[in-house]
Design a protein around this ligand. Structure first.
Ligand SMILES: Cc1cc2nc3c(=O)[nH]c(=O)nc-3n(C[C@H](O)[C@H](O)[C@H](O)COP(=O)(O)O)c2cc1C
Length: 366
């Protein structure tokens, strides 16, 4: 029976444990370039013992950023600063992943601590906000223009090009972001996609653009490395995207080479009522894994080591993605190992504080 600290192999990659640092926007870039903040933020979570650290939603085109401060991977100058972080993460015995994203109709908005709403052009925002249909997410969001088929082809190409840059930077895993009401999720949901062409209408057409992206990314991403997909398993809204449609999507995505589905929810309907609570999305990971046989990741209010271990032991998911709990405590994986009686390698520099700390040989103060 697998447990939280058991290795996982996907393709030719071995994950040292089942704990992933979920992608988390830091809104700390200029021109999409990562900097020392990202090195310390991501690096400390690698030191803390996670199996894989994901870089936040990284925009494949400049107009695909949520805010002007997002990470970007739309040009080659963005590769080297990411490569420096990947190298540090690898030095800690941890894997490095990056989430590739396009914000669609939720682009050009303020970072959370700068208030709400659209960022005007003179503050670094942009007018070119587009989506499957010209439907606003909410009142204080931009009104998107409907994408042309040429726009869709551009976005598909941009995802593939960004995956190529991620490979050059040394990443082990790419995750395609098709959740939380961003562009690819907007195509999936009938509430945000009201197109009447080949990319809208029945389920197979709503899935077309996201599947084209997966196919294009997989063509660039090497056979030996796993590809992840993050979805919102439901819109939590009548007439919206739901679990049954997610299962159909995952079957096709797996056929195109997706190796793990990271099961989140919501984000596409501003007024949705979401029953948030401990492990509130775990059932989606379990159901999708069961129905498709595809490995899944569970995310959402997983905070306790026994709870996380249970998700893995009971076969609900193959990996747990933690976000806020790892902001509270980057060393959560090391603490969890101790709580569960599992072995986890401590950094040599920290050994004296670890479970086998040699305090007698090296008294405090030396
Ligand atoms: C500060 C912050 C930034 C986030 N940024 C992203 C992101 O870039 N991409 C993404 O898919 N989810 C993002 N999320 C959502 C998390 O990855 C995660 O799915 C969510 O917080 C639920 O997990 P938790 O209860 O462990 O925090 C973010 C969450 C937080 C708290």
């Amino acid at each position: 029976m697998a447990h939280l600290f058991e290795e996982l192999t996907l393709r030719s990659l071995s994950f040292p444990n089942r704990i992933a640092v979920s992608p988390m926007c830091q809104y700390a870039c200029e021109d999409g370039l990562v900097n020392d903040w990202h090195l310390v933020h991501l690096g400390s979570r690698a030191v803390g013992g996670a199996g894989i650290v994901f870089v936040e939603a990284s925009a494949v085109l400049p107009e695909g950023r949520i805010s002007p401060q997002d990470v970007g991977l739309w040009n080659d100058t963005q590769i080297d600063p990411l490569a420096r972080i990947v190298e540090f993460i690898h030095e800690q015995g941890c894997l490095a992943g990056i989430q590739l994203a396009h914000a669609g109709r939720k682009a050009s908005t303020r970072r959370p601590w700068d208030g709400d709403g659209v960022v005007p052009e003179d503050e670094g925002g942009w007018w070119n906000v587009f989506a499957p249909s010209a439907l606003r997410f909410a009142e204080n969001y931009p009104m998107p223009r409907e994408m042309t088929e040429a726009d869709i082809r551009t976005v598909v190409g941009a995802f593939a090009a960004a995956a190529g840059r991620a490979l050059t930077a040394g990443f082990d895993v790419v995750e395609v972001h098709a959740a939380h009401g961003y562009l690819l999720h907007e195509f999936l949901s009938p509430l945000s996609n009201q197109r009447t062409d080949a990319y809208g209408g029945p389920l197979d057409r709503r899935m077309r653009a996201p599947l084209n992206v997966i196919e294009a990314v997989r063509r660039v991403w090497p056979e030996r490395l796993p590809l992840f997909l993050r979805i919102s398993a439901t819109d939590w809204a009548d007439g919206g995207w739901d679990l049954d449609q997610s299962i159909e999507l995952v079957k096709l995505a797996a056929h195109l080479g997706v190796d793990l589905v990271d099961c989140s929810s919501g984000g596409n309907v501003a007024a949705a009522q979401i029953p948030v609570g401990p492990g509130y999305q775990t059932a989606f990971a379990e159901r999708i894994r069961e129905a498709t046989g595809v490995p899944t990741g569970a995310v959402g209010m997983i905070v306790d080591p026994a709870q996380a271990d249970h998700v893995i032991r009971s076969g609900q998911a193959d990996m747990v993605f933690l976000a806020r709990e790892l902001l509270r405590d980057p060393y959560w994986p090391l603490r969890a190992a101790r709580a569960l009686g599992a072995e986890a390698p401590w950094p040599a520099q920290y050994l004296r504080a670890g479970p086998h700390g040699a305090l007698r040989r090296h008294p405090v103060g030396t």
